[in-house]
Design a protein around this ligand. Structure first.
Ligand code: V47
Ligand code: SF4
Length: 397
């Protein structure tokens, strides 16, 4: 049954409550749902129901297309001046012996390791430390581009930017302009957590506020640049906090159009100060993807970060509004393995990613960071001998 047919079936369902039916009508007509309807979906929307709506939107926008990219991470340090309660990764400066601090040369050596590989993006994110200041990151971005001009630098979050701009005594507009001039290409979605202070003050007290997070992205968008947004869900927040978070993103997106992708991040509870908070179920994960897809009508893409939710949930999510499953990663991120994610050494070859997507009847597309198509894998057969982590692109006739 196709997505359109499923939607029509919902419209003729005599047992469906009238408020939910109104949401189905809005989705069918391509109209926006409001805050109360968002909360209602979380409270009353069963998995099959929200999934049908989200899949309708997903297929209308992208058909079966499912995007991924070839990227690697650099995590400059796991030491941090902040102390977010959910963070399993960071060590406070007083625990320095358990930490790492990479020098500029060490980070460039990581970039050089990929010289022969067809990666398109480096994702740089880690803890916040005073020595990683505006001058340091400007130099890093410049040096990366000097070495490999076409590599897309997706780096840091408003948490770092707020900190380094304050220290350098520059305002957000000036700071973001300097970052662009140094070679920053886009901003990843991290540091958003939950914007509402009722929650944020309990889990991420001292770092940038929700308003500051949004203001930094706004300045970046004003420069004609793109960024992503995340939401850390499934801990102490209530449903309306999630809707409030998405509402603020939707409003900024109406203003600037600069966001590309929304990435819901499931709270993982091992080895952090919130280990007593249970993790939500896979059903809640899928419902959350679906409701995000329905609510964020002005976001092109919804991404499931496979390294965090497991490969099988990533496959399932493709029927619940998700059209992107991030990248190859090559075992270069520790943020989630330290928090209890199933993937202890997250790495997938291009072949594995393609097969994971094809196995569930979707159409794999390798993209660059800005969603330009690099390879359409629908008609590409892999050479059986080729098991390399980064597959060499086959010649397509
Ligand atoms: O902001 C930290 C989250 C984020 C935990 O833009 C946790 O393409 C769950 O933003 N359980 C950083 N989440 C990672 C990030 C990201 C990842 C992949 C792709 C992109 C993108 C961005 O990780 C942090 C925080 O919200 N995080 N600890 C935890 N225990
Ligand atoms: Fe530091 Fe980021 Fe961890 Fe917060 S989430 S403690 S800002 S590394």
């Amino acid at each position: 049954m196709d997505a359109e047919h499923t939607l029509n079936t919902l419209l003729t369902d005599k047992n469906l409550n009238s408020s939910l039916k109104q949401i189905v009508e809005k989705v069918g007509a391509g109209e926006r749902i409001n805050f109360e309807e968002g909360v209602l979906l979380y409270e009353k929307g069963e998995l099959g129901f929200v999934g049908a709506l989200a899949n309708f939107i997903r297929e209308k926008r992208h058909g079966d297309k499912t995007y991924f990219n070839r990227n690697f991470h650099i995590e400059p340090t796991n030491l941090c001046v902040y102390d977010c309660k959910f963070c399993s990764y960071s060590r406070l400066i007083k625990q320095r012996e358990e930490g790492w601090e990479l020098s500029l040369e060490e980070m460039l050596d990581i970039v050089k390791k990929y010289d022969e590989q067809p990666v398109t993006e480096v994702h740089i994110v880690g803890g916040v430390l005073p020595q990683y200041d505006l001058a340091f990151y400007s130099e890093l971005f410049r040096k990366i581009h000097e070495h490999r001009p076409e590599l897309h630098v997706k780096a840091l979050t408003p948490v770092e930017y707020h900190y380094i701009f304050k220290k350098a005594k520059v305002d957000y507009a000036t700071g973001m302009r300097l970052m662009k001039e140094a070679g920053l290409d886009s901003i990843p979605g991290g540091g958003a957590e939950i914007f509402h202070p009722e929650v944020r003050d309990q889990i991420a007290k001292d770092k940038c506020t929700g308003e500051q997070w949004l203001a930094i992205h706004e300045e970046w968008h004003k420069l004609g640049m793109r960024s992503n947004a995340t939401m850390l869900y499934g801990h102490i927040e209530q449903y309306w906090h999630r809707v409030d978070h998405m509402e603020q993103l939707r409003q900024l997106q109406d203003k600037t159009g600069g966001f590309q992708t929304f990435i819901p991040l499931k709270f993982r509870h091992e080895n952090n100060q919130m280990s007593h908070v249970p993790e939500v179920s896979v059903i809640e994960d899928l419902r959350n993807y679906a409701i995000s897809r329905i609510y964020l009508d002005n976001f092109d893409h919804i991404k499931a970060y496979w390294a965090m939710i497991s490969r099988s949930t990533a496959q399932l999510s493709l029927n619940f509004g998700v059209d992107d499953i991030d990248g190859t990663l090559d075992d270069t991120t520790k943020i989630y393995s330290m928090a209890g994610a199933e993937e202890q050494t997250p790495a997938m070859s291009t072949r594995e990613l393609v097969e994971l997507i094809k196995q569930v009847g979707r159409h794999p597309i390798e993209r660059d960071t800005l969603y330009n198509v690099i390879t359409d894998y629908n008609n590409v057969e892999f050479d059986n001998k080729e098991q390399a982590r980064f597959y060499k692109l086959p010649v397509i006739n």
